[in-house]
Design a protein. Sequence first.
Length: 349
Amino acid sequence: MTGPKELIDKLHKNQELSLEEWTELIKNRTPELSEYLFELAREERHKYYGHDVYVRGLIEFTNYCRNDCLYCGIRKSNAAAHRYRLDEDTILRCCQEGYDLGFRTFVLQGGEDGYFTEERIIHIVRRIREHFPQCAITLSIGEWKKDSYQAFFDAGADRYLLRHETYNPEHYAKLHPPILSAAHRQQCLWDLKDIGYQVGTGFMVGAPFQTPEYLAEDMQFLKELNPHMVGIGPFIPHHDTPFADQPAGTLELTLFMLGLIRLMLPKVLLPATTALGTIHPKGRELGILAGANVVMPNLSPTEVRKDYLLYDNKICTGDESAQCRHCLERRMTSVGYQVVTSRGDSLNI
């Protein structure tokens, strides 16, 4: 019987495990094992990315959403959500402010909002591309037809973030309304890769009904997809959703999964997410020490930040962009890393 430490060594060497091995490893983790994993994960991260931390400027441009995902604070059924949309000029101003602060990647994130048609998204992307030709433009706007993804790419979008949330179809069905399916979500990711985007995906850690077996399936899917970026974060309940009373995912398991992803996909871009910083005051620093190499401060106008509330107690809902940026720089320096001004392209090609 292979012990968990041997499984980590095997993963380090071969960059893959079987479904059973993943499940064993996740089930049998200990604080000592985690430390061993993080050490190896940091080695891999330093080999490819040194001590650099890439920043992405997040612009949350709409919190309207046609979907009714059971865990999400901006779900269609949440009548208590205070809705907003940013107009094109405001989005451009956020980019300018970010550019002046040294950001070279902008992430346009929003709910699946019917107001923002394919034509409107194309127009926004074209304007950003025109004003900031050397910057990377990332979209995180959900599921579209392949033709639309192609049109956004042709307009100048470089990257696309679409978390698969959970690979297992039965688990997916427990977290989403019947109109959404795991298979369709995954097909969108293959379409995006096929078009030529740098693709980011990911999953929630500690989502309701999640098992180690489901996480093992997530890891196998990541291995198969081989994305450029993987964003994972703990599930955090929101008080106006059906999962309001569910327990949050843990810092400990999230960090462990980050370390495993770094060993499996050594060149991947791996964010230390806002959700990590929300469940622990040093969550993002600990994420970096577990193998992450990206942070995503908020460039949205201060007055709307509190309204893009996917989960409760989200951090950085009031800070100005500049404060956010400088605060993060200090935090990264405190653990021996430096924030760099760069597009920060993935080496995982």
